[in-house]
Design a protein. Sequence first.
Length: 43
Amino acid sequence: MNEGRIWLYVSPSVGLPLFFIGVAAIALIVHASILLNTSWFGS
């Protein structure tokens, strides 16, 4: 598991919240774009 080495450079107490904030932001952007760009869902 090569991805495990990231914790040698980034503290888990910083990296994990940033990861979860990133996931939540992507989810909100996707949902907002669906709401704003479809006629069958937004109204």
